[in-house]
Write a protein that binds this ligand. Structure first.
Ligand code: ACO
Length: 328
C-alpha cells in the first residue's frame, strides 16, 4: 500500500516574549515555581487582532518554500487548532486564500493539544488513499486569546505559535509514516475545557463577567492522565512494531510540562538526549508544539538521517491522545 512521508517543515513564532519575570508582576507566582513545576521560562505572544491564520499562513509559506513547492500544487489543507480566527469560516479557508492554494480544499480539526497529531494522521490517510499527493498539515494556536492573565493556574503554561508540514507520497518501501495509535475519552471534559462561547452557553454579558471564555483546567487531573496515557501509546507503538526505546533516534512529545515529558521518556526506555524539548522557550503552544520541535530537529540541528525512527506523541483536552511512528 501507498505510504506518506513528511517532505518539509515550516514555523512561525511571534517576536514578543512574555517571561516568567513579566508574569511575576501580573499574578502571584515566581520564576522558580514555574521553572521547577513546568520547565517553562518564557513564551511568545502574538499581537492582538492578528489571529490564528496570520501565523498559520506564515508557517505554511515557509514550509512550501523549503520544499520548493508552489501553493497551487497543494491538494488539501488541515489546520489543527482550538483557537481559530472565528467559528466559521474555518482557518483552513483563510490559509487557502492567504497562500494562494487555488486548487485546495481543507478543514480545521479540533483535538486540543493532540490537534497536530490527529491532523497529521488524517493527512497521511488522505495520501494513502491515492487521491491526494500534497497535503499541508498545520498546527497553530493563539493561546493568549483564551488565557485569563489573572489566573496563575493557567496563564504561566501557554504561548502562541504555528508549525506546518507538507505530506507527500513516499516512494520507498518501509519508509515514511508507518503506524499510529489514537484515542479520545470524553470523560475528560470536566478537567479541561472552555465554559462558554459555544452552543451550550453562548457568549453573553454574564459569561464575560464570570470569565468563562478562558481555558479552565484542573492541572493535577490532566497531569496524571497525561503521564499514564501518553506513555502507554508511546510504549505500545514501539512494541507492536518490534522496536525498543534504544532503536528510536528522536522522540518528540507534546510540550505541556517537562515532568510529563521526562516520565514518558523513562517509560519508553529513552535517554533525554534523544528527546526534543523546547518548552523552556515557547511553553505549551497546543497545536504547534510538535511541528516546532520537528523544525528544530530537522532544519536547525539536522538530527534525522534517512532510516531513523521518530516517535511523536501528544495528549490534550477531550481527553485526546495519540502516538505516531515515522521512519525518516
Ligand atoms: N505560581 C505559583 N503557585 C501556583 C501557580 C503559579 N503559577 N499555579 C498554581 N500554583 C499553586 C496552586 O494554587 C497550589 O497551591 P495550594 O496547594 O495552596 O492549592 C500549588 O501551587 C500546587 O498546585 P498543583 O496544581 O498541585 O501543582 P502541580 O505540581 O500539579 O503543577 C501544573 C501544576 C503545572 C498545572 C501541572 O499540574 C500540569 O502541568 N498539569 C498538566 C497540564 C497539561 O498538560 N495540560 C495539557 C493540555 S492543554 C490543552 O489541551 C489545551
Amino acid at each position: 500500500p501507498r505510504r506518506a512521508r513528511i517532505r518539509s517543515v515550516g514555523r512561525f513564532l511571534p517576536e514578543r516574549r512574555l517571561t516568567n519575570r513579566d508574569l511575576e508582576k501580573m499574578v502571584d507566582t515566581s520564576d522558580e515555581w514555574i521553572m521547577t513545576r513546568t520547565g517553562i521560562r518564557e513564551r511568545r505572544i502574538l499581537d492582538p487582532g492578528l489571529g490564528c491564520s496570520y501565523m498559520a499562513i506564515r508557517a505554511a509559506r515557509e514550509c512550501l518554500d523549503r520544499a520548493g513547492v508552489e501553493a497551487s500544487e497543494v491538494d488539501a489543507i488541515i489546520v489543527g487548532t482550538v483557537t481559530p480566527d472565528m467559528f466559521f469560516p474555518s482557518t483552513a479557508c483563510l490559509v487557502q486564500k492567504g497562500i494562494g492554494a487555488d486548487r485546495a480544499w481543507g478543514f480545521d480539526l479540533s483535538a486540543g493539544c493532540s490537534g497536530f497529531v490527529f491532523s497529521l494522521t488524517t493527512g497521511v490517510q488522505m495520501i494513502e488513499s491515492g487521491r491526494y499527493d500534497k497535503v499541508l498539515v498545520i498546527g497553530a494556536d493563539v493561546m493568549s486569546s483564551i488565557i485569563d492573565y489573572t489566573d496563575r493556574n493557567t496563564c504561566v503554561l501557554f504561548g502562541d505559535a504555528a508549525g506546518a508540514v507538507l505530506l507527500e507520497p513516499c516512494e520507498e518501501e518501509g519508509y515514511g509514516v508507518l503506524d499510529f495509535i489514537q484515542r479520545v475519552d470524553g470523560a475528560g471534559e470536566p478537567y479541561l475545557h472552555m465554559k462558554a462561547g459555544g452552543s451550550r452557553k453562548p457568549a453573553s454579558h454574564e459569561t464575560v463577567e464570570a470569565r468563562e471564555h478562558f481555558v479552565y483546567q484542573e492541572g493535577k487531573r490532566v497531569f496524571k492522565f497525561a503521564v499514564t496515557e501518553m506513555a502507554d501509546v508511546s510504549v505500545k507503538i514501539l512494541e507492536r512494531n518490534g522496536l525498543e526505546g534504544k532503536d528510536v533516534k528522536l522522540f518528540i512529545p507534546h510540550q505541556a510540562n517537562l515532568r510529563i515529558i521526562e516520565a514518558c521518556a523513562q517509560r519508553m526506555g529513552m535517554e533525554m538526549d534523544r528527546v526534543v524539548v523546547n518548552i523552556e522557550r515557547y511553553a505549551n503552544t497546543t497545536g504547534a508544539t510538535i511541528p516546532l520541535c520537528l523544525y528544530e530537529a530537522v532544519v536547525e540541528k539536522n538530527a534525522l538521517e534517512k532510516g531513523d525512527y521518530l516517535v511523536m506523541s501528544a495528549f490534550g483536552a477531550g481527553f485526546t491522545w495519540g502516538s505516531v511512528l515515522v521512519r525518516w
